[in-house]
Structure formats: structure tokens, C-alpha cells
Design a protein around this ligand. Sequence first.
Ligand code: GCU
Length: 332
Amino acid sequence: MSIKKILGTALAVASILGFAASAEAKTTVRISHTQIETHPDHIGFVAFKNFVESKAGDKYDVRIFPNSSLGANEKVLELVKMNSVQFLSVSTANIESFNKKYAVFSVPFLFTSESNFEKFITDPEVLAELGSDAQKDGFRPLGAFTAGTRNFYSKTPINTVDDLKGKKFRVQAGPTNVKMMEAFGAAATPMSFGEVYSALQQGVIDGAENNELALTDQKHGEVCKYFSYDGHQMCPDLIVASEKFLSKLSDEDRKLFEDAAKEAQKAEFEAWHKRIAEAKEQAKKMGVTFIDVDANAFREKVLPLHQQLLNENPAMKAMYDKASAFDASNNK
Ligand code: GCU
């Protein structure tokens, strides 16, 4: 090899090593979520990334992994605890098996309006209270995304609460959801979000329950042509951070990530309200019929369940009382 070639190779290696060294100097921050890239949760995390990198781009490289590409949320929460993934947006239903107090949001008809729900989940005091076990849990909620209201949708129309009888619905993980479906007179099949489309298609389940974006983004509207506005649940997607990750940060950097979560929350809420109206129109074009049911009949059917759930899961009592009082005082 000529001297020139050797030098050239050495320079190339040095520049690769140099590049690697400077890239290594940055800490990679991994964010995971289950949604597609036009979903408000993703838009929220883009705001998060931009915020962190505009303030400390020399230190942090923020990478967003959408579409459950790192795994289903129940599994990724384990990775968050280990600090292999630093941030995750996860439905409170999926946190229930890690800490039972998060089940409170699966209690049907806990809130009487979406605006009360939104105010409650973004109240810093509520987040702090949810996060009071963070050291034990291994994760801490730093912000909340709205996920709207959950309603039933099915291959056949659900016009009354009795139409649920004997049908099999996919629910999010957690015993509270199973009990809710039993109280409705239906059967519950808990499964991960990503499995629902093929389960619907293959006839494993008759329907599911979610907000309107499941019809469009997850294409459930291709199979389920009836969406009934019963409004049985409002479960937030919480922005949870790895407690291990947070505990290693300086006060300044910790504040940076806390502020980034607030930015994400703001961007998600803005995107949500726009997107939900669009999704409804999009679903109609897919042939979905939206049905306005007597939501009160659905509510009455499952209200007796509240006391039973509280008796079985006292860990959620404090948050249940707080949410109920908040809802009542905001309705005055
Ligand atoms: C909503 C929610 C997700 C959740 C999903 C589900 O899309 O935003 O966090 O995983 O419902 O029903 O599993």
C-alpha cells in the first residue's frame, strides 16, 4: 500500500472514530408509543424532541419509535423501568398491572364531560399524586395526553345497552376492564392494541371500544361499520419517564425533560381536537355509521360497579374521590 493510501485510510478511520466519539458523547433518549405518525401522540413527541434538541441538542439525541416498533406498551413499560427506553406514552389501563391505583381511569363513567377529564389529567397535582410511588414503580408520569372518550364499535349496530349482551369485545388489559364488560352483560377479550385488527377480521371478537381514531388510524372501520356514542370511559395516555433515567439527571436537565413533557402535552391536545373531527369524516367515508345512543342507560347499568371496584381495589380510592369531587365541582 502506498504512503498516500495508508494516510488516506488512517484519516478515514480517524474521521469515523472522531464522528463516533462525538455521536457517543450524546445521550440517546428513546421514546416509544403505539400510534401512527399522524396521530396526536406522535405530534406531541415531535414537539418534545424539538424542545429538548433546541435547548440541548449537543447533549441529547431524541429518537421516537412509533407503531409499537419497540413492542406492545405492556412490554415497553418493563424496558422503561430498566432505562432501556426513557419515555413512553401509555394508557393508564396498561399501567394497572404495575400499580393498581392507575385503574381509577378504567372505572366507567368516572367523568361526566371530556372537558372535566382534560382539566383533571393535566392538573400538576394529579400527576404528582399518581407519581408518588415512582421510586417503587420505576416510572413517573410527567404529562398526559388526552385520548378522548371510549365508545363501543362493532360489526352489528349497538343501539341499546342490551345489544351488548352475549357479544365479545376487545378491551385494554386489566381486570377492571373485564369487570366492566361483565357488568355490561358482554364478554371481554383483553389484548394488545396491535392485535385488534386481525382479531376483528378473523372473527375472534365482535367489536372493540376506543376513540374515533382507532377506526381510521388502525383501520378498524374497515371491519366495524357501527360506532355508538355511549361514552363509557376516558383513559389518558400518560407520558411516563424512566425513574432510573430521571434520577441520573442534573436538576437543570431534569427540568428540561419536565418542560419538554409539558410542551408535548400542549401540542398533543391541540392536534387532538383538530384530528378527531377529521377522523370522524374519514370514518364516514369508510362506511362507518355513528349512532347516538341513550348514554344514560349505559351509565346506569354499570354505576353499581363503582362500589364493588373500590372495595376490591382500595389503592385507587384516593384518586377516585379526588376525580369525583373535581368532576362535581366543575359541573356547578
Ligand atoms: C388508544 C390509546 C392507546 C391505547 C389504545 C388501546 O388508542 O391512545 O394508548 O393503547 O387506545 O385501546 O389499546
